[in-house]
Design a protein around this ligand. Sequence first.
Ligand code: SF4
Ligand code: SF4
Ligand code: SF4
Length: 310
Amino acid sequence: MNISRRHFLGVAGGMISSAAAGNCKKVFAARQPKAPPNPYGCVVDLTACVGCRTCEQACNRVNHLPPPKERLDDRTVLDQKRRPSTGAFTVINSYYSGRLDEQNQLVPTYVKVQCMHCQDPACASACITGALSKKDNGAVHYDKSKCVGCRYCLVACPFQIPAYEYFDPLTPRVRKCTFCYERISMGGKPGCAAACPMEAITFGNRQILLEGTRRKITANPVRYLNKIYGESEVGGTSWMYISKDPFEKLGFLSLPHYPMPHLTETIQHSIFAYMWAPITLFAILTGAMWKINPEQINHAPGFQAQEDHI
Ligand code: SF4
Ligand code: SF4
Ligand code: SF4
Protein backbone atom coordinates (compact mmCIF):
# COMPACT_ATOMS: atom_id res chain seq x y z
CA MET A 1 0.00 0.00 0.00
CA ASN A 2 2.85 2.27 0.80
CA ILE A 3 4.11 2.49 -2.74
CA SER A 4 0.78 2.25 -4.49
CA ARG A 5 -0.84 4.95 -2.41
CA ARG A 6 1.99 7.38 -2.73
CA HIS A 7 2.42 6.59 -6.39
CA PHE A 8 -1.28 7.01 -6.81
CA LEU A 9 -1.27 10.37 -5.12
CA GLY A 10 1.67 11.39 -7.23
CA VAL A 11 0.09 10.27 -10.50
CA ALA A 12 -3.30 11.67 -9.64
CA GLY A 13 -1.70 14.88 -8.53
CA GLY A 14 0.21 15.06 -11.77
CA MET A 15 -2.89 14.48 -13.85
CA ILE A 16 -4.89 17.05 -11.99
CA SER A 17 -2.05 19.50 -11.87
CA SER A 18 -1.52 19.17 -15.60
CA ALA A 19 -5.19 19.69 -16.23
CA ALA A 20 -5.17 22.72 -14.07
CA ALA A 21 -2.35 24.20 -16.14
CA GLY A 22 -0.14 25.31 -13.33
CA ASN A 23 -2.71 27.18 -11.32
CA CYS A 24 -2.50 24.54 -8.61
CA LYS A 25 0.89 25.94 -7.65
CA LYS A 26 -0.97 28.86 -6.14
CA VAL A 27 -3.00 26.42 -4.06
CA PHE A 28 0.10 24.59 -2.82
CA ALA A 29 1.87 27.83 -2.01
CA ALA A 30 -1.06 29.37 -0.18
CA ARG A 31 -1.76 26.46 2.11
CA GLN A 32 -0.69 26.47 5.75
CA PRO A 33 -0.87 23.35 7.95
CA LYS A 34 -4.01 23.24 10.07
CA ALA A 35 -4.38 21.51 13.41
CA PRO A 36 -6.31 22.18 16.61
CA PRO A 37 -4.05 23.56 19.36
CA ASN A 38 -4.86 21.15 22.16
CA PRO A 39 -6.32 17.87 20.91
CA TYR A 40 -6.67 14.56 22.68
CA GLY A 41 -4.64 11.60 21.54
CA CYS A 42 -4.04 7.91 22.20
CA VAL A 43 -0.74 6.06 22.41
CA VAL A 44 -0.84 2.33 21.72
CA ASP A 45 2.00 0.43 23.40
CA LEU A 46 2.59 -2.50 21.08
CA THR A 47 4.77 -4.19 23.69
CA ALA A 48 1.75 -4.42 26.00
CA CYS A 49 -0.91 -5.60 23.55
CA VAL A 50 -1.65 -9.33 23.78
CA GLY A 51 -4.06 -9.54 20.86
CA CYS A 52 -7.09 -10.34 22.98
CA ARG A 53 -9.46 -8.31 20.76
CA THR A 54 -11.27 -6.83 23.77
CA CYS A 55 -10.86 -3.42 22.12
CA GLU A 56 -12.64 -4.72 19.02
CA GLN A 57 -15.49 -5.99 21.16
CA ALA A 58 -15.75 -2.67 22.99
CA CYS A 59 -15.71 -0.71 19.74
CA ASN A 60 -18.43 -2.90 18.29
CA ARG A 61 -20.53 -2.38 21.43
CA VAL A 62 -20.16 1.39 21.89
CA ASN A 63 -20.80 2.05 18.21
CA HIS A 64 -23.77 -0.32 18.03
CA LEU A 65 -22.22 -2.18 15.09
CA PRO A 66 -23.74 -5.40 13.79
CA PRO A 67 -22.33 -8.71 15.03
CA PRO A 68 -19.33 -9.72 12.89
CA LYS A 69 -19.15 -12.93 10.84
CA GLU A 70 -16.39 -14.31 13.05
CA ARG A 71 -16.83 -14.31 16.81
CA LEU A 72 -15.14 -11.37 18.48
CA ASP A 73 -13.10 -13.73 20.65
CA ASP A 74 -11.84 -15.81 17.69
CA ARG A 75 -8.07 -15.27 17.68
CA THR A 76 -7.53 -17.15 14.42
CA VAL A 77 -8.46 -13.95 12.55
CA LEU A 78 -5.36 -12.18 13.86
CA ASP A 79 -3.20 -13.56 11.06
CA GLN A 80 -5.58 -12.43 8.30
CA LYS A 81 -4.28 -8.86 8.04
CA ARG A 82 -7.77 -7.40 8.20
CA ARG A 83 -8.55 -3.75 7.76
CA PRO A 84 -11.28 -1.60 9.30
CA SER A 85 -14.61 -1.90 7.54
CA THR A 86 -18.19 -0.68 7.77
CA GLY A 87 -18.82 -3.30 10.44
CA ALA A 88 -15.55 -3.00 12.37
CA PHE A 89 -13.99 0.39 13.06
CA THR A 90 -10.88 -1.19 14.55
CA VAL A 91 -9.08 -4.50 14.01
CA ILE A 92 -6.07 -6.24 15.53
CA ASN A 93 -3.54 -7.90 13.22
CA SER A 94 -0.50 -9.96 14.14
CA TYR A 95 2.98 -9.57 12.68
CA TYR A 96 6.22 -11.49 13.10
CA SER A 97 9.24 -9.23 12.96
CA GLY A 98 11.70 -12.12 13.35
CA ARG A 99 12.16 -11.67 17.11
CA LEU A 100 12.53 -14.98 18.99
CA ASP A 101 11.57 -15.89 22.56
CA GLU A 102 13.58 -18.01 25.00
CA GLN A 103 12.22 -21.20 23.37
CA ASN A 104 13.40 -19.95 19.97
CA GLN A 105 9.80 -19.35 18.85
CA LEU A 106 8.82 -16.35 16.78
CA VAL A 107 7.19 -13.67 18.92
CA PRO A 108 4.04 -12.06 17.48
CA THR A 109 3.39 -8.35 17.74
CA TYR A 110 -0.24 -7.26 17.68
CA VAL A 111 -1.13 -4.05 15.90
CA LYS A 112 -4.38 -2.18 16.44
CA VAL A 113 -5.62 -0.46 13.27
CA GLN A 114 -8.20 2.35 13.14
CA CYS A 115 -8.51 5.87 11.79
CA MET A 116 -5.43 7.79 12.92
CA HIS A 117 -7.36 11.05 13.39
CA CYS A 118 -4.71 13.01 11.56
CA GLN A 119 -3.89 16.47 12.86
CA ASP A 120 -4.40 17.90 9.39
CA PRO A 121 -6.54 15.20 7.73
CA ALA A 122 -6.42 14.60 4.00
CA CYS A 123 -9.91 13.07 4.11
CA ALA A 124 -11.44 16.28 5.48
CA SER A 125 -9.48 18.36 3.04
CA ALA A 126 -10.71 16.28 0.11
CA CYS A 127 -14.35 16.43 1.22
CA ILE A 128 -16.12 18.96 -0.95
CA THR A 129 -19.06 19.45 1.42
CA GLY A 130 -17.39 19.60 4.82
CA ALA A 131 -18.91 16.30 5.91
CA LEU A 132 -15.56 15.38 7.48
CA SER A 133 -13.94 17.86 9.83
CA LYS A 134 -11.23 17.92 12.47
CA LYS A 135 -12.70 18.88 15.83
CA ASP A 136 -10.91 20.75 18.61
CA ASN A 137 -10.83 17.61 20.75
CA GLY A 138 -8.85 15.79 18.04
CA ALA A 139 -11.59 13.67 16.47
CA VAL A 140 -12.03 13.67 12.70
CA HIS A 141 -15.80 13.74 12.69
CA TYR A 142 -18.20 12.59 9.98
CA ASP A 143 -21.54 14.33 9.46
CA LYS A 144 -23.82 12.12 7.39
CA SER A 145 -26.23 15.01 6.70
CA LYS A 146 -23.53 16.80 4.66
CA CYS A 147 -22.20 13.77 2.78
CA VAL A 148 -23.02 13.49 -0.92
CA GLY A 149 -21.33 10.11 -1.37
CA CYS A 150 -18.51 11.34 -3.64
CA ARG A 151 -16.01 9.12 -1.74
CA TYR A 152 -13.05 11.45 -2.32
CA CYS A 153 -12.19 10.80 1.33
CA LEU A 154 -11.66 7.11 0.56
CA VAL A 155 -9.19 8.03 -2.14
CA ALA A 156 -7.45 10.75 -0.15
CA CYS A 157 -6.76 8.89 3.10
CA PRO A 158 -3.08 7.87 3.17
CA PHE A 159 -3.93 5.03 5.57
CA GLN A 160 -6.82 3.63 3.47
CA ILE A 161 -9.22 3.80 6.40
CA PRO A 162 -12.68 5.08 5.41
CA ALA A 163 -15.14 2.41 4.27
CA TYR A 164 -18.35 2.95 2.35
CA GLU A 165 -21.70 1.25 2.70
CA TYR A 166 -21.99 0.12 -0.91
CA PHE A 167 -24.53 -2.46 0.21
CA ASP A 168 -27.00 0.29 1.18
CA PRO A 169 -28.62 1.77 -1.97
CA LEU A 170 -30.64 4.42 -0.13
CA THR A 171 -28.63 5.91 2.71
CA PRO A 172 -25.01 4.77 2.36
CA ARG A 173 -22.53 6.26 4.80
CA VAL A 174 -18.78 6.61 5.05
CA ARG A 175 -17.74 4.64 8.11
CA LYS A 176 -14.60 4.81 10.23
CA CYS A 177 -13.47 5.09 13.85
CA THR A 178 -15.15 8.10 15.44
CA PHE A 179 -12.56 8.52 18.23
CA CYS A 180 -15.70 8.00 20.31
CA TYR A 181 -16.48 11.65 19.71
CA GLU A 182 -19.50 11.82 22.01
CA ARG A 183 -17.79 9.94 24.82
CA ILE A 184 -14.64 12.08 24.82
CA SER A 185 -16.73 15.26 24.43
CA MET A 186 -18.37 14.33 27.74
CA GLY A 187 -15.04 13.68 29.47
CA GLY A 188 -14.93 9.92 28.93
CA LYS A 189 -12.34 7.67 27.31
CA PRO A 190 -12.72 5.98 23.93
CA GLY A 191 -14.46 2.63 24.37
CA CYS A 192 -11.45 0.64 23.22
CA ALA A 193 -9.03 2.45 25.54
CA ALA A 194 -11.34 2.02 28.51
CA ALA A 195 -11.77 -1.70 27.84
CA CYS A 196 -8.18 -2.80 27.20
CA PRO A 197 -7.24 -5.17 30.03
CA MET A 198 -3.53 -4.59 29.42
CA GLU A 199 -3.80 -0.79 29.50
CA ALA A 200 -2.05 -0.84 26.14
CA ILE A 201 -3.98 2.25 24.98
CA THR A 202 -3.30 5.49 26.86
CA PHE A 203 -5.72 8.34 26.23
CA GLY A 204 -5.15 11.99 27.11
CA ASN A 205 -4.01 15.40 25.98
CA ARG A 206 -1.81 14.74 22.95
CA GLN A 207 1.02 17.03 23.99
CA ILE A 208 1.15 15.67 27.53
CA LEU A 209 0.96 12.13 26.13
CA LEU A 210 3.91 12.83 23.86
CA GLU A 211 6.01 14.21 26.71
CA GLY A 212 5.19 11.23 28.94
CA THR A 213 5.85 8.75 26.14
CA ARG A 214 9.24 10.25 25.40
CA ARG A 215 10.16 9.88 29.09
CA LYS A 216 8.93 6.27 29.01
CA ILE A 217 11.08 5.47 25.98
CA THR A 218 14.14 7.10 27.52
CA ALA A 219 13.66 5.14 30.74
CA ASN A 220 13.19 1.83 28.86
CA PRO A 221 15.65 1.80 25.95
CA VAL A 222 15.66 -2.01 25.71
CA ARG A 223 11.90 -2.27 25.60
CA TYR A 224 11.21 0.52 23.10
CA LEU A 225 12.63 1.86 19.86
CA ASN A 226 13.34 5.57 20.07
CA LYS A 227 10.38 6.40 17.84
CA ILE A 228 6.75 7.44 18.28
CA TYR A 229 4.86 6.57 15.12
CA GLY A 230 2.33 9.31 14.42
CA GLU A 231 4.21 12.05 16.23
CA SER A 232 5.07 13.62 12.92
CA GLU A 233 3.86 11.30 10.10
CA VAL A 234 1.54 13.22 7.75
CA GLY A 235 1.96 16.22 10.04
CA GLY A 236 1.07 14.24 13.17
CA THR A 237 -1.85 12.04 14.15
CA SER A 238 -3.97 11.75 17.28
CA TRP A 239 -3.40 7.97 17.39
CA MET A 240 0.24 7.12 17.95
CA TYR A 241 2.26 3.96 18.60
CA ILE A 242 5.40 2.82 20.40
CA SER A 243 7.12 -0.49 19.72
CA LYS A 244 10.09 -2.73 20.30
CA ASP A 245 10.11 -3.86 16.67
CA PRO A 246 10.77 -1.66 13.63
CA PHE A 247 7.50 -0.21 12.46
CA GLU A 248 8.14 -1.17 8.83
CA LYS A 249 8.05 -4.84 9.92
CA LEU A 250 4.64 -4.33 11.50
CA GLY A 251 2.70 -3.08 8.47
CA PHE A 252 3.17 0.62 9.22
CA LEU A 253 3.56 2.91 6.26
CA SER A 254 6.58 5.10 5.67
CA LEU A 255 4.84 8.41 5.09
CA PRO A 256 6.11 11.95 4.72
CA HIS A 257 6.26 14.14 7.80
CA TYR A 258 4.19 16.90 6.27
CA PRO A 259 0.39 17.09 6.00
CA MET A 260 -1.09 15.44 2.91
CA PRO A 261 -3.96 17.83 2.11
CA HIS A 262 -2.00 19.83 -0.47
CA LEU A 263 -3.17 17.39 -3.14
CA THR A 264 -6.69 16.97 -1.87
CA GLU A 265 -7.27 20.68 -1.63
CA THR A 266 -6.09 20.85 -5.20
CA ILE A 267 -8.89 18.44 -6.06
CA GLN A 268 -11.44 20.68 -4.36
CA HIS A 269 -10.13 23.82 -5.97
CA SER A 270 -10.08 22.10 -9.35
CA ILE A 271 -13.73 21.17 -9.03
CA PHE A 272 -14.82 24.69 -8.37
CA ALA A 273 -12.25 26.53 -10.45
CA TYR A 274 -12.77 24.45 -13.58
CA MET A 275 -16.35 23.30 -13.02
CA TRP A 276 -15.44 19.67 -13.54
CA ALA A 277 -18.21 17.27 -12.72
CA PRO A 278 -17.27 15.39 -9.53
CA ILE A 279 -17.70 12.09 -11.35
CA THR A 280 -14.99 13.16 -13.80
CA LEU A 281 -12.55 13.80 -11.02
CA PHE A 282 -13.44 10.57 -9.30
CA ALA A 283 -12.85 8.71 -12.56
CA ILE A 284 -9.44 10.38 -12.88
CA LEU A 285 -8.53 9.42 -9.33
CA THR A 286 -9.73 5.86 -9.63
CA GLY A 287 -8.15 5.42 -13.04
CA ALA A 288 -4.85 6.68 -11.74
CA MET A 289 -4.99 4.26 -8.86
CA TRP A 290 -5.60 1.26 -11.10
CA LYS A 291 -3.00 2.38 -13.58
CA ILE A 292 -0.34 2.40 -10.89
CA ASN A 293 -0.82 -1.13 -9.66
CA PRO A 294 -4.16 -2.84 -9.19
CA GLU A 295 -2.52 -5.84 -7.50
CA GLN A 296 -0.99 -3.70 -4.80
CA ILE A 297 -4.23 -1.87 -4.22
CA ASN A 298 -6.12 -5.10 -3.60
CA HIS A 299 -3.36 -6.92 -1.73
CA ALA A 300 -1.63 -4.15 0.12
CA PRO A 301 0.67 -5.27 2.95
CA GLY A 302 -1.08 -5.11 6.26
CA PHE A 303 -4.52 -4.91 4.73
CA GLN A 304 -7.05 -7.12 3.07
CA ALA A 305 -9.28 -5.97 0.23
CA GLN A 306 -12.94 -5.60 1.15
CA GLU A 307 -15.83 -4.55 -0.95
CA ASP A 308 -16.61 -1.50 1.15
CA HIS A 309 -13.26 0.04 0.17
CA ILE A 310 -12.25 1.16 -3.26
S1 SF4 B 1 -7.76 -4.87 24.24
FE1 SF4 B 1 -5.67 -4.10 24.56
S2 SF4 B 1 -4.39 -5.96 24.75
FE2 SF4 B 1 -6.36 -6.61 23.89
S3 SF4 B 1 -6.04 -6.55 21.65
FE3 SF4 B 1 -6.88 -4.55 22.19
S4 SF4 B 1 -5.10 -3.21 22.55
FE4 SF4 B 1 -4.39 -5.35 22.58
S1 SF4 C 1 -6.44 8.25 8.88
FE1 SF4 C 1 -7.51 8.72 6.95
S2 SF4 C 1 -9.67 8.80 7.53
FE2 SF4 C 1 -8.49 9.00 9.43
S3 SF4 C 1 -8.22 11.22 9.73
FE3 SF4 C 1 -6.41 10.50 8.61
S4 SF4 C 1 -6.94 10.86 6.45
FE4 SF4 C 1 -8.87 10.90 7.61
S1 SF4 D 1 -11.95 5.28 19.53
FE1 SF4 D 1 -14.06 4.50 19.64
S2 SF4 D 1 -14.63 4.24 17.48
FE2 SF4 D 1 -12.39 4.41 17.52
S3 SF4 D 1 -11.61 2.31 17.64
FE3 SF4 D 1 -11.80 3.05 19.77
S4 SF4 D 1 -13.87 2.40 20.41
FE4 SF4 D 1 -13.81 2.27 18.17
